[in-house]
Design a protein around this ligand. Structure first.
Ligand SMILES: CC(C)(COP(=O)(O)OP(=O)(O)OC[C@H]1O[C@@H](n2cnc3c(N)ncnc32)[C@H](O)[C@@H]1OP(=O)(O)O)[C@@H](O)C(=O)NCCC(=O)NCCS
Length: 202
């Protein structure tokens, strides 16, 4: 078997384009758009995202996009912005986290600004990243985790045919400090290939 490439040399695209959204790595010029989206979405993000209370100023957004761009270059964490193709509007964030390049296995995370919730944008961006992981990154496993109480988040992998693999009881705390359970959804390369074979033209 050929030696795997060092992760820092793994080729990545400038953007991944879908029907209504595109996802792409962060640039320094994205900071203002990120800040506006976070400001609009505090109430809706606070119950689920622990970083929200520490993200208070435009400089916090500048630091966020700079860190994301640095990690993208290093291939340690692949955070990406979600953008609406029709308007160029920043919609939220997604990406591959907890990356194990030696498997390869990746976790997809996401949040969407409050005014863009309920339109299917996250299902579309997650479908794009799932396909990219299996087809371009040779992933053997893609995982999605969420708070067991986060019904909207769990609906995304359910819509995309991920298997509900488990429930970790009292494994972490939510942003208020309350103990929570975590749901785990997964899709393997075998699942992906079976879906492709069963889909028309697949
Ligand atoms: C979790 C979260 C990203 C889900 O966002 P969402 O907008 O509900 O998800 P989608 O973009 O896939 O949209 C699905 C909704 O759009 C509707 N929809 C409209 N067009 C659609 C389409 N073309 N495809 C799929 N769904 C579509 C669906 O019916 C569904 O509506 P419903 O909520 O009334 O059932 C969002 O609630 C969020 O940002 N929450 C706060 C942060 C968070 O919890 N992140 C996850 C941490 S694990």
């Amino acid at each position: 078997m050929a030696m795997p490439r060092p992760p820092i040399l793994i080729a990545l695209p400038d953007e991944i384009r879908g029907r209504r959204v595109l996802v792409r790595p962060y640039r320094p010029s994205d900071a203002k758009a990120v800040f506006e989206a976070v400001e609009e979405s505090r109430e809706h993000l606070r119950p689920w995202m622990s970083w929200v209370s520490e993200h208070q100023t435009l400089d916090d957004s500048r630091a966020f996009v700079a860190r994301q761009a640095a990690e993208w270059l290093l291939r340690t964490d692949l955070g990406m912005g979600i953008w609406e193709i029709a308007t160029g509007r920043y919609l939220g964030s997604t990406g591959f986290h907890r990356i194990q390049w030696d498997v390869p296995a990746l976790e997809i995370g996401y949040w969407i600004r409050a005014s863009a919730q309920g339109l299917g944008y996250v299902t579309e961006s997650t479908a794009l990243l799932t396909g990219f992981a299996f087809e371009q990154l040779a992933a053997n496993r893609v995982e999605i985790r969420c708070d067991a109480n986060n019904v909207r988040s769990a609906a995304v992998p359910e819509r995309l045919g991920y298997a509900r693999e488990g429930l970790l009881r009292s494994d972490t705390r939510d942003p208020t400090g309350t103990l929570r359970d975590t749901l785990i959804f997964g899709k393997t390369r075998g699942d992906w290939e079976r879906e492709r074979a069963a889909s028309p033209g697949g």
